[in-house]
Each structure stands twice: as structure tokens, then as C-alpha cells.
Design a protein around this ligand. Structure first.
Ligand code: FRU
Length: 465
């Protein structure tokens, strides 16, 4: 057998320390919540094949956000109110019970996947493991008159004495929109109106999936995943985007003011459908699907597909959201592999499959960081242009489809790479910018190239459970 093929076939793409299904298909994170001593992550799941199919809710829980326990499927489709799929949604704790709110998906004709209708439903659990669907489902039976059939992904929260839901929707004239509903008891809901709506389809989208709404530092953030935004030279290059608007909000009259443009949250090829939860210590923690609908999913040959990004701590500074790996990640360091001064053109660390590599670089001219496979083929290339303050990421599997991000100018650069078998997350300047990437190759080597002396250091740790 050809030797190089042999090397590839022995590589398992399954992550060591990220959430991924053991078998079957995973997409959006759902129902992120802290309940009775555990963080819970649910997710869109099809257990029978590594492909999207009638959606279930898969389920994992953790005491520390890094060691995850696999739990039975929480919700399966098939009831009258969710016949063809239990789509995305969220969770809330009320009266010692864990409540899930989710979209029921229904086809008019199972042969035509474009003709469907959607409603919103509840399920609950006392132990956080086995769930029962609410007997009076649906709680919201259909969209308002001026809407299309796209009506999904409820995010629930409590504010003062009331419950709120923000829902992803599309208007009849094809604008993305987030609808607000409210309730005094969580069972009877009224439509309050539009919380926000796309002001221009090309730059804000025609359907908003997976909305989330919360305040950080008294600023209101509407997080959503719009479909239909057009590519711009250096922005919005994925099939669909995930990003946010930041501004002011008045709960009483449901009016947003001084809203920013739609800002992309992560600049990589593989990031979608982000959702957040409030941790008991007040951190706003984000998970997203570290994949994209147009991706290749080479892991399907191993019987699984799709994974989550690392849990990220969201920080707001000057109307910009930073995403930082949660500090618990330090507890995954099993071994210091190497550290030292940066030298151009040598491999700094090699054979990395589950590892963290951090660079600190004093104000620098341009340079390039390269992740090679063990045959010295470039897998990922991160180029920094010091005049423009722009990072460009090239990926072997996305030829002529680079990704870009501009950062604020600074006297130093800090870069953290988290490698995990088939994913790399690159945190730039403590989360000011992030690239999330899947890749399919042997363990990686990392090197830096520059045509001047680089004043900086690196450190590499092996990560494991
Ligand atoms: C986003 C999404 C949601 C939907 C779910 C179905 O990725 O399309 O809008 O609820 O996936 O799996």
C-alpha cells in the first residue's frame, strides 16, 4: 500500500477535548444551562448516521466545562407537535426543574424539504437527564401573518418577573428578523413585536437563525446567524455568518437604539449557530458549531460528523466582543512540550495532535506562521501584515478562499493555537479576533517565517483529559 495513504488512514479525527458525537451527526449547540451542579450542553443530533437527518437533541454535561459526560438523547422527534424534527432551542431553570424550549419541525410533504412549518414547544426534567414533553404543546403555534414559514430557534430568558423568548424569523419581504415574545408564567405567550430586523438583506441577511439576546456591561447584544448575506472582499465569506449587533435597548417598549452594524464574531471557515449561557460566576460563555453547512466532514468515514468549538468567555470592550478560551483550559495541560525564543525557519514544535501553542511577539514586522503535516505540506498558513494590522489565514482545503481579520494596532502580539486532532482555534490578542478551522491531516508541526529577526517567545503544552 502507498505509504502516505497509510499515514492518513491511521489518523483519527475525533477530538480529545472538544465536544463531538461518538457516532452520528452534530450541529448547533442547544439548551446551554447550569442546573443542579452541572453545565449542560445539548445539540442538534442525528444518532443513526453521520449526516443531517430528523433532528434529536443530544446531551452532555460537565462539572467543570472541560470534562464532558455523555447522556442519553434528551429529545427525539415523532410527537404530533414535532413530527419531523426537534430543532434548535434553549433552556431555563424554573421551580427546580430544567425546561427546554425547542422548535417542532413539520413537512407538508416529506418528499419536498422546502415546504415546512414550525412551532415552539416545551419539555422538562427534574433530574436533568430524562425529559418529558409538555402536555399542552405547542406554546407558540405559528408565526405572525407578515412572516414566512421560517420561524425557529427560541432563546428563552427571565428578566425581572417575566419570561422572554427571542425567535429567528423571516418577513414576507424576505428580511431576517428577531421576534420577541413574553409571558408571565412561561406557558402563555404573547407576541410583543420585532426586536430587530435586517436593514439591508445584502449586509444583514434574509433569515436570522439561532438568535440570542443578553446584556454585557449594560450594552445589549443581539447574537444571530443570518442566511443570505453577500460576500464582501474581506468579510462575510462563509456560506452563512454568525455575528452580533451591539446597542441600547428598552425592555418596556421593545426598541433597540444606536445599533451597530452586523459584526462577524469569528473569522474562520468553520463557525456557526453560536449560543451563550450565564455561568453561576457571571461569565457569559459561548459555544458554537465548529463546522459549516458547506464543509467536507471527512470524519464521516469514522461514523461521526460535526463538533463544538471550545467554550469561550465573552468580553465586551468598546462595542467589540472578545472571545477568550475559558481559564479552565489551563487544567487540560498535561505536559510542557517545549518553549523558547522564536527562530525563523525552524520547526518549533512537531507532532502536535492535542496541544496548545502560544506566541508572544514584540511589535513586529510582517511574519507567517505555518502549520505543516508530517510530510511538510502546508495545512494552515497565518500571515500577519504589520502595515495593515491584518491577519490572513490560508487553508489547504479552501484554495483561493482565504479569511481575513484586522486588529487594533498594539506594541505586542499574542497568539494562542488550540489544536485538537481535526480542529485549530487561533485566538489573537486575547480573543480580539479568532479563526476557527477544521482540518484533516496527520499531527502538525508549527514554524514561523520572517525576513527579519523576530523578538518573541513561544510555549507548547500537550493537552489531554
Ligand atoms: C442552524 C439550523 C437552525 C435549525 C437547525 C436544524 O444551523 O438551521 O435554524 O433549528 O439548524 O438542525
Amino acid at each position: 500500500m502507498n505509504k502516505t495513504k497509510d499515514i492518513d488512514e491511521k489518523v483519527s479525527y475525533h477530538p480529545e477535548y472538544h465536544i463531538a458525537p461518538v457516532k452520528g451527526w452534530m450541529n448547533d449547540p442547544n439548551g446551554l444551562v447550569f442546573f443542579k451542579g452541572y453545565y449542560h450542553v445539548f445539540f442538534q443530533y442525528y444518532p443513526h448516521k453521520p449526516e443531517w437527518g430528523p433532528m434529536h437533541w443530544g446531551h452532555k454535561r460537565s462539572k467543570d466545562l472541560i470534562h464532558w459526560e455523555e447522556l442519553p438523547v434528551a429529545l427525539a422527534p415523532g410527537n404530533v407537535e414535532d413530527e419531523d424534527g426537534v430543532f434548535s432551542g434553549s433552556a431555563i431553570v424554573k421551580d427546580e426543574k430544567l425546561w427546554l424550549v425547542y422548535t417542532g419541525h413539520h413537512y407538508y410533504d416529506k418528499k419536498d424539504k422546502n415546504k415546512f412549518w414550525q412551532n415552539q414547544n416545551l419539555a422538562y426534567s427534574e433530574d436533568g437527564i430524562s425529559f418529558r414533553k409538555y402536555e399542552y404543546n405547542p406554546i407558540i403555534s405559528g408565526p405572525p401573518m407578515d412572516s414566512t414559514h421560517h420561524f425557529r430557534d427560541p432563546k428563552i430568558w427571565r428578566h425581572d418577573d417575566k419570561f422572554y423568548i427571542v425567535l429567528g424569523n423571516q418577513t414576507q419581504n424576505l428580511n431576517g428578523r428577531a421576534l420577541r415574545y413574553s409571558s408571565d408564567d412561561m406557558f402563555h405567550w404573547r407576541l410583543d413585536g420585532t426586536l430587530a430586523q435586517s436593514r439591508c438583506t445584502k449586509i444583514e441577511g434574509n433569515m436570522w437563525e439561532c438568535p440570542d439576546f443578553f446584556a454585557i456591561n449594560n450594552k445589549f447584544i443581539l447574537l444571530c446567524s443570518p442566511m443570505g448575506i453577500e460576500n464582501q472582499e474581506h468579510k462575510f465569506k462563509n456560506l452563512f455568518q454568525t455575528g452580533y449587533f451591539v446597542g441600547k435597548y428598552n425592555y418596556k417598549n421593545n426598541v433597540c437604539r444606536d445599533s451597530s452594524d452586523f459584526l462577524e464574531l469569528d473569522s474562520g471557515h468553520d463557525f456557526y449557530a453560536a449560543q451563550t449561557m450565564l455561568a453561576p460566576d457571571g461569565r457569559r460563555i459561548l459555544f458554537a458549531w465548529a463546522s459549516m453547512w458547506e464543509s467536507e466532514f471527512k470524519e464521516q468515514r469514522e461514523g461521526w460528523a460535526g463538533m463544538m468549538c471550545l467554550p469561550r468567555n465573552l468580553i465586551e470592550k468598546n462595542n467589540h466582543l472578545y472571545m477568550q478560551p475559558i481559564s479552565e483550559m489551563n487544567n487540560l495541560r498535561t505536559k510542557l512540550l517545549n518553549r523558547g525564543k522564536l527562530v525563523s525557519g525552524t520547526i518549533l514544535s512537531r507532532n502536535l495532535s492535542a496541544a496548545e501553542v502560544s506566541f508572544t511577539i514584540k511589535k513586529s514586522l510582517s511574519f507567517t506562521i505555518i502549520l505543516n503535516d508530517n510530510r511538510q505540506h502546508r495545512i494552515l498558513t497565518l500571515h500577519y501584515n504589520n502595515e495593515k494590522n491584518v491577519f490572513t489565514l490560508s487553508h489547504v482545503d479552501h484554495k483561493d478562499d482565504d479569511r481575513y481579520v484586522k486588529i487594533n494596532s498594539s506594541d505586542y502580539l499574542k497568539l494562542d493555537f488550540f489544536i485538537d486532532k481535526s480542529s485549530v482555534e487561533i485566538f489573537i490578542q486575547n480573543g480580539e479576533a479568532v479563526f476557527t478551522e477544521r482540518y484533516y491531516a496527520s499531527p502538525l508541526g508549527i514554524s514561523i517565517l520572517a525576513n527579519h529577526k523576530i523578538n518573541g517567545e513561544f510555549v507548547t503544552y500537550a493537552l489531554g483529559m
